[in-house]
Write a protein that binds this ligand. Structure first.
Ligand SMILES: Cc1cc2nc3c(=O)[nH]c(=O)nc-3n(C[C@H](O)[C@H](O)[C@H](O)COP(=O)(O)O)c2cc1C
Length: 385
């Protein structure tokens, strides 16, 4: 079998496999560090990481104002980056995922730069100001986009700032877990998100803008389920693939074992798309809370849809929040509370983001190394899980 072509990002040679960022706390130092140690790119999600740090949670309980909560999160992010880098033993890359839609995105970018992260991966909104926020700093910048129109827009804006992305993640709303890069649930099946089409149109955009076709590695994300898929997309012009759900359920995944069980055991009928409080559609497992919410969604919207509410956590995590700001067509629940419950493995109350497709090891929980062996070399573990 011919070995896969490595992925090169900002001069570093990596396995062509990327572990996508997963909030709240699902991809922290243990997962990202383990992935990096194997020579791939591991990603810490910067969202609300204080849940992994009892001392910071205690500090927030004593003083639950927004400034304290925010400072706790930046301290947690710093600790997680330092711990992941130590775990990686100098191998691979440790990236930090920042959602453009959160109010503290600029602070997260700054913490990532100051704490030694190797890359910033930004999605959930257009990362138009990312080059300005990282001016003069040697860090890889990687936008997450879903169609070629978005890619062309970011490239044109960044070219004016004399910066090019070090890679681009192309995330497919039809397959990926978590928030999806589409305006509405009805848009999800659109053919403009097909990986082959986005790759081809992006190459034409590169030609138009005078960017060499091999200059910016393209990484496809969503529904990658095994070695054959990796080989297929690399042959189709991608330089790497990104997986989320399959890494979330590894032994090293930073969430509670029950979180992993719920994701790994979900059947296609259990997985649903709905509108999140961010206004973006999202994909998750229909666990008891989400089932109840969706059955009552219209009633909730009719009752409180356009009414402003006090932020239940005091964090005011989102720049625009359907619940707090009373934006009728958005979702109406506290996403931070629900994702934190999922991280703790609280099946009754949590919101469990998950991709649409079957997982490489079915419902078995395996290690990061076993997952990478399968994806890179089609090596299957021999012993039963
Ligand atoms: C539990 C979970 C949480 C996620 N959270 C984030 C996030 O905070 N930011 C982000 O950019 N992507 C997030 N994603 C998307 C993943 O990084 C990844 O791109 C996607 O899941 C790939 O699809 P797959 O799950 O089919 O492999 C999340 C996915 C999951 C399953």
């Amino acid at each position: 079998m011919t070995p896969l072509t490595p992925l090169t990002i900002r001069g570093r040679t990596l396995l062509p496999i990327v572990q996508g960022g997963m909030g709240v706390g699902v991809s922290a130092h243990r997962l990202a560090g383990a992935v990096a140690r194997e020579g791939a790119m591991g990603t810490i999600s910067s969202i609300d990481l204080r849940h992994h740090h009892p001392d910071l949670l205690e500090m927030c309980k004593q003083n639950p104002d927004q400034a304290t909560l925010e400072a706790a999160n930046q301290t947690a992010l710093r600790r997680e980056i330092i711990a992941a880098k130590a775990l990686s033993e100098g191998h691979g890359m440790v990236a930090v995922n920042v959602m453009r839609a959160v109010s503290s995105y600029a602070a997260a970018v700054q913490t990532a730069c100051e704490s030694g992260a190797d890359a910033i991966v930004m999605g959930a909104g257009l990362p138009l100001d990312l080059p300005d926020l990282t001016q003069g700093i040697d860090i890889a910048l990687i936008p997450i986009l879903s169609d070629s129109r978005g890619i062309a827009l970011v490239l044109k804006k960044w070219l004016k700032k004399n910066r090019l992305p070090d890679a681009i993640v192309i995330e497919h709303p039809g397959h990926a877990g978590g928030h999806l890069g589409v305006a509405s649930v009805a848009d999800i099946p659109s053919e403009r998100f097909d990986f082959a089409r986005v790759i081809e149109e992006t190459m034409l955009t590169f030609d138009t803008l005078g960017i060499e076709r091999t200059r910016i590695p393209l990484i496809v994300a969503g529904g990658i389920d095994g070695h054959a898929a990796v080989r297929h997309w690399l042959a189709m012009g991608a330089s790497g693939v990104q997986l989320g759900t399959a890494f979330a359920v590894t032994e090293e995944g930073d969430a509670h074992p029950e979180f992993k069980r719920i994701l790994a055991d979900a059947t296609p009928e259990d997985i649903v798309e709905f509108v999140s409080v961010t206004g973006l559609p999202a994909r998750a497992v229909k666990t008891p809370w989400l089932d109840r919410y969706l059955r009552n969604e219209q009633r909730i919207r009719d009752k409180i849809g356009s009414r402003e509410q006090k932020c239940p956590t005091g964090l005011n995590c989102l720049a625009a929040c359907g619940l707090r700001d009373g934006i009728e067509k958005f979702g109406h629940f506290c996403i931070d509370t629900r994702l934190a419950a999922a991280l703790r493995g609280d099946r009754a109350n949590g919101l469990f983001f998950r991709g649409r497709e079957a997982l490489p090891f079915g419902s078995a929980i395996r290690s990061v190394r076993e997952l990478l062996d399968l994806l890179v070399a089609d090596i299957r573990p021999t012993a039963a899980a």
